[in-house]
Design a protein around this ligand. Structure first.
Ligand code: PLP
Length: 427
């Protein structure tokens, strides 16, 4: 595989961008080697600057649920951009987007558009703090909510862990306000709320953890958290930046039948453009400026081109059977990968939600962050490179979920499984 142009670009980038990239995971640090540079993408495929083609299971980290460069999304962007790129006054597409989100997502009566998932989660905890008058927030080990200070808190051991910043630059006075819990542990959550429940503004969770591979909630776990938050007057915040519009049209809250107080979105609702959103009950969202005192703003928020890309994507995923079909494809892929690993005698397990999956180099089940961490990451890294050489691009980290899009058809999945049989055999 020729990588000369990517190699040359990465050398130049490394002089100018920290680590040669604008977002850390892209640098391939955890899998080793150098990233490839994209030239273009189409459907399920990415093409690099050296002319190599990859079946893409990252999908720009989630937005490309309808495949890359979908003609209907591109047409909407082209149409919209001819009228101007940004206005700084309200536009009709923002209203259409808000109407779509409120129609689709059970827990959203009002929304505010922002420009990234990070902005959405930062704003949501500000609302939680502003609305409750409390300061502490609870997050879960292994959950990622963007790079806001309050979220960059190390997963601790024990039931209740006072946060330690795991990034220099996060003041401990702020990190101390973030409490962490082990995901899927019922008793730990009960105990924490019994001790400090009346100080907790909000509990934020990835209802399906896609940033620690792909960990599904145990039966009744999200209901348990809903009940604890209600009992103690804390707000339940579902971070659906990844799961929203993917695991079901209405996201994980629709899949599991739970109404959070606040929800955060990103990725899919931008259709590939930089977008985020947060929303929730009217009584909470109406406290946001200018209808209320909780300040939050954005020069480019509700950008017309981004709204057009997002609306076109939301239209595509509302085709009848879209999510059932995505789920079926995900199972075909994961069943096939497990069969290929068995043939090669490799200890391997997959977890699945509609349109997303986790790969583990260990036997199942995987239900906790500890279970996920017990995967043989050295083996994953060899498998990752084995697949890459054979034209399949998996997430370049053993702790990131993979994504299936509606453009991953039988041919792409068959190609992937053939590559996997060879890559497993070569481990
Ligand atoms: C990607 C992601 C974010 C951050 O979104 P950005 O747009 O990268 O800022 C937040 N939460 C979850 C669950 C995510 O997957």
């Amino acid at each position: 595989m020729n990588n000369a142009r990517s190699h040359e670009l990465f050398a130049r980038a490394s002089q100018l961008l920290p680590g040669g990239v604008n977002s850390p995971v892209r640098a391939f640090k955890s899998v080793g080697g150098e990233p490839f540079f994209a030239a273009r993408a189409q459907g399920a495929y990415l093409y690099d600057v050296d002319g190599n083609r990859y079946v893409d299971y990252v999908g720009s980290w989630g937005p490309m649920i309808a495949g890359h460069a979908h003609p209907q999304v591109l047409a909407a962007v082209e149409r919209t951009m001819r009228d101007g790129l940004s206005f700084g006054v309200p536009n009709a597409l923002e209203v259409a987007m808000a109407e779509e989100i409120v129609k689709i997502v059970p827990g959203c009566e009002m929304v505010r558009m922002v420009n990234s998932g990070t902005e959405a989660t930062l704003s949501a905890i500000r609302v939680a703090r502003g609305a409750t008058g409390r300061s502490r927030i609870v997050k879960f080990e292994g959950c990622y909510h963007g790079h806001g200070d309050s979220f960059l808190v190390k997963a601790g051991s024990g039931v209740m862990t006072l946060g330690l910043p795991n990034s220099p630059g996060v003041p401990s006075a702020l990190a101390d306000l973030t409490l962490t819990l082990p995901y899927n542990d019922f008793d730990a959550a009960t105990k924490l709320f019994d001790e400090v429940g009346d100080e907790i503004a909000g509990l934020i969770i990835e209802p399906i953890v896609g940033n620690a591979n792909c960990i599904l909630p145990r039966e009744g776990y999200l209901q348990h958290l809903r009940a604890l938050c209600s009992k103690h007057g804390a707000l339940l915040i579902f971070d659906e930046v990844m799961t929203g519009f993917r695991v079901a049209l209405g996201g994980a809250q629709a899949l599991y039948g739970i109404e959070p107080d606040l929800s955060t979105f990103g990725k899919i609702i931008g259709g590939g453009m930089p977008v985020g959103a947060y929303g929730g009950r009217r009584e909470l969202m109406s406290q946001v400026a200018p209808s209320g005192p909780i300040y939050q703003a954005g020069t480019l928020s509700g950008n017309p081109v981004a709204m057009a890309a997002g609306l076109a994507t939301l239209a595509l995923i509302q085709a009848p059977g879209f999510h059932a079909d995505l789920d079926r494809r995900t199972h075909v892929l994961c069943d096939g990968l497990e069969a290929a690993a068995r043939e090669a005698g490799v200890a391997f397990h997959t977890t699945r939600a509609p349109g997303m999956f986790g790969l583990y180099f260990r036997e199942g089940p995987v239900e906790t962050f500890e279970d996920a961490k017990a995967s043989d990451t050295a083996r994953f890294n060899r498998f990752f490179h084995g697949m890459l050489e054979r034209g399949v691009y998996l997430a370049p980290s053993a702790f990131e979920a993979g994504f299936v899009s509606s453009a991953h058809g039988e041919a792409e999945i068959a190609y992937t499984l053939e590559a996997a049989r060879a890559a497993f055999a070569a481990l």
